[in-house]
Design a protein around this ligand. Structure first.
Ligand code: AMP
Length: 139
Protein backbone atom coordinates (compact mmCIF):
# COMPACT_ATOMS: atom_id res chain seq x y z
CA UNK A 1 0.00 0.00 0.00
CA UNK A 2 1.29 3.49 -0.90
CA UNK A 3 2.33 5.78 1.98
CA UNK A 4 0.93 8.77 0.08
CA UNK A 5 -2.69 9.75 0.87
CA UNK A 6 -5.09 8.80 -1.90
CA UNK A 7 -7.34 11.46 -3.40
CA UNK A 8 -10.24 9.71 -1.66
CA UNK A 9 -8.58 9.98 1.78
CA UNK A 10 -8.13 13.68 1.04
CA UNK A 11 -11.86 13.91 0.24
CA UNK A 12 -12.74 12.10 3.51
CA UNK A 13 -10.49 14.50 5.43
CA UNK A 14 -12.12 17.52 3.77
CA UNK A 15 -8.97 18.66 1.92
CA UNK A 16 -10.72 18.20 -1.44
CA UNK A 17 -14.40 19.11 -1.93
CA UNK A 18 -17.00 16.62 -3.05
CA UNK A 19 -20.77 16.24 -3.39
CA UNK A 20 -21.26 14.16 -0.26
CA UNK A 21 -24.02 11.54 -0.05
CA UNK A 22 -23.35 9.61 3.17
CA UNK A 23 -20.90 9.30 6.06
CA UNK A 24 -20.59 7.15 9.17
CA UNK A 25 -17.64 5.90 11.24
CA UNK A 26 -16.45 3.49 8.50
CA UNK A 27 -17.97 4.56 5.18
CA UNK A 28 -18.05 7.67 2.99
CA UNK A 29 -19.99 8.27 -0.22
CA UNK A 30 -20.10 11.03 -2.83
CA UNK A 31 -20.92 11.74 -6.47
CA UNK A 32 -18.36 10.62 -9.06
CA UNK A 33 -16.77 13.72 -10.60
CA UNK A 34 -16.87 12.17 -14.11
CA UNK A 35 -20.18 10.34 -14.02
CA UNK A 36 -21.32 7.77 -16.57
CA UNK A 37 -24.80 9.20 -15.99
CA UNK A 38 -26.72 11.25 -13.38
CA UNK A 39 -26.64 9.55 -9.98
CA UNK A 40 -23.26 7.83 -10.50
CA UNK A 41 -22.11 7.51 -6.90
CA UNK A 42 -18.93 6.21 -5.25
CA UNK A 43 -19.01 4.38 -1.92
CA UNK A 44 -15.69 3.99 -0.12
CA UNK A 45 -14.33 2.74 3.20
CA UNK A 46 -12.56 5.27 5.39
CA UNK A 47 -9.85 2.63 5.79
CA UNK A 48 -7.18 3.46 3.18
CA UNK A 49 -6.91 -0.01 1.58
CA UNK A 50 -6.01 -0.13 -2.11
CA UNK A 51 -7.78 -3.42 -2.94
CA UNK A 52 -10.96 -5.11 -1.74
CA UNK A 53 -9.12 -8.21 -0.48
CA UNK A 54 -7.05 -6.02 1.89
CA UNK A 55 -10.05 -4.59 3.75
CA UNK A 56 -10.71 -5.34 7.42
CA UNK A 57 -13.84 -7.32 8.37
CA UNK A 58 -15.24 -4.19 10.07
CA UNK A 59 -14.95 -2.00 6.95
CA UNK A 60 -16.23 -4.83 4.72
CA UNK A 61 -19.24 -5.36 6.90
CA UNK A 62 -20.07 -1.66 7.11
CA UNK A 63 -19.73 -1.27 3.32
CA UNK A 64 -22.07 -4.22 2.88
CA UNK A 65 -24.61 -2.53 5.12
CA UNK A 66 -24.30 0.92 3.52
CA UNK A 67 -24.43 -0.15 -0.15
CA UNK A 68 -28.07 -1.32 -0.27
CA UNK A 69 -29.23 1.77 1.67
CA UNK A 70 -27.45 4.11 -0.76
CA UNK A 71 -28.69 2.14 -3.80
CA UNK A 72 -32.27 2.37 -2.51
CA UNK A 73 -31.98 6.13 -2.13
CA UNK A 74 -30.43 6.53 -5.61
CA UNK A 75 -33.17 4.57 -7.39
CA UNK A 76 -35.91 6.37 -5.45
CA UNK A 77 -34.49 9.82 -6.21
CA UNK A 78 -33.33 9.30 -9.82
CA UNK A 79 -36.20 7.08 -10.93
CA UNK A 80 -33.71 4.56 -12.39
CA UNK A 81 -34.93 1.11 -11.41
CA UNK A 82 -31.86 -0.62 -12.87
CA UNK A 83 -28.25 -0.12 -11.83
CA UNK A 84 -24.80 -1.74 -11.82
CA UNK A 85 -22.23 -1.93 -9.07
CA UNK A 86 -18.67 -1.92 -10.40
CA UNK A 87 -15.61 -2.42 -8.23
CA UNK A 88 -12.22 -2.38 -9.97
CA UNK A 89 -9.06 -3.85 -8.43
CA UNK A 90 -5.74 -3.17 -10.16
CA UNK A 91 -4.86 -1.04 -13.16
CA UNK A 92 -5.43 -3.88 -15.65
CA UNK A 93 -8.93 -4.18 -14.21
CA UNK A 94 -9.52 -0.47 -14.81
CA UNK A 95 -8.69 0.89 -11.35
CA UNK A 96 -7.34 4.44 -11.44
CA UNK A 97 -7.73 5.46 -7.78
CA UNK A 98 -5.98 3.08 -5.41
CA UNK A 99 -8.42 3.37 -2.53
CA UNK A 100 -11.21 0.76 -2.49
CA UNK A 101 -14.41 2.11 -4.06
CA UNK A 102 -17.71 0.81 -5.34
CA UNK A 103 -19.31 2.59 -8.30
CA UNK A 104 -23.12 2.62 -8.21
CA UNK A 105 -24.16 3.41 -11.79
CA UNK A 106 -27.85 3.86 -12.56
CA UNK A 107 -29.08 2.52 -15.91
CA UNK A 108 -31.83 4.58 -17.52
CA UNK A 109 -33.82 3.41 -20.57
CA UNK A 110 -31.83 5.93 -22.64
CA UNK A 111 -28.40 4.99 -21.15
CA UNK A 112 -25.82 3.81 -23.68
CA UNK A 113 -23.15 2.51 -21.28
CA UNK A 114 -22.88 -1.26 -20.80
CA UNK A 115 -20.75 -3.75 -18.88
CA UNK A 116 -20.55 -6.92 -20.94
CA UNK A 117 -17.80 -9.41 -21.76
CA UNK A 118 -17.18 -12.29 -24.13
CA UNK A 119 -17.68 -15.68 -22.49
CA UNK A 120 -15.85 -18.98 -22.91
CA UNK A 121 -17.17 -22.52 -22.47
CA UNK A 122 -16.68 -23.86 -18.94
CA UNK A 123 -14.46 -26.93 -18.92
CA UNK A 124 -16.05 -29.19 -16.25
CA UNK A 125 -12.82 -30.95 -15.18
CA UNK A 126 -10.85 -27.69 -14.90
CA UNK A 127 -13.81 -26.01 -13.16
CA UNK A 128 -14.00 -28.74 -10.51
CA UNK A 129 -10.26 -28.47 -9.81
CA UNK A 130 -10.29 -24.66 -9.74
CA UNK A 131 -13.38 -24.34 -7.55
CA UNK A 132 -11.95 -26.79 -5.02
CA UNK A 133 -8.59 -25.03 -4.91
CA UNK A 134 -10.14 -21.59 -4.40
CA UNK A 135 -12.53 -22.96 -1.80
CA UNK A 136 -9.75 -24.70 0.16
CA UNK A 137 -7.64 -21.51 0.06
CA UNK A 138 -10.27 -19.25 1.69
CA UNK A 139 -8.96 -18.06 5.07
P1 AMP B 1 -11.75 3.60 -10.97
O1 AMP B 1 -11.43 3.80 -12.43
O2 AMP B 1 -12.62 2.41 -10.71
O3 AMP B 1 -10.51 3.61 -10.10
O4 AMP B 1 -12.65 4.84 -10.58
C1 AMP B 1 -12.17 6.01 -10.02
C2 AMP B 1 -13.29 7.02 -10.11
O5 AMP B 1 -13.01 8.09 -9.25
C3 AMP B 1 -13.51 7.60 -11.50
O6 AMP B 1 -14.82 7.29 -11.96
C4 AMP B 1 -13.30 9.10 -11.30
O7 AMP B 1 -14.18 9.88 -12.07
C5 AMP B 1 -13.56 9.24 -9.81
N1 AMP B 1 -12.89 10.39 -9.20
C6 AMP B 1 -11.59 10.72 -9.28
N2 AMP B 1 -11.35 11.86 -8.58
C7 AMP B 1 -12.53 12.22 -8.04
C8 AMP B 1 -12.94 13.31 -7.21
N3 AMP B 1 -12.07 14.24 -6.80
N4 AMP B 1 -14.23 13.38 -6.84
C9 AMP B 1 -15.10 12.44 -7.26
N5 AMP B 1 -14.79 11.39 -8.03
C10 AMP B 1 -13.52 11.28 -8.43
Amino acid sequence: MSEEKSIFTRIIEGEIPCFKIFENEYVYSFLDINPACPGHVLVIPKEPASYLHELSPESSSELGKALPRICKSIIEITGASNYNIIQNNGSEAGQTVFHVHFHIIPKYPESTHSFTWKTVKLDKKAALELSQKISDNIE
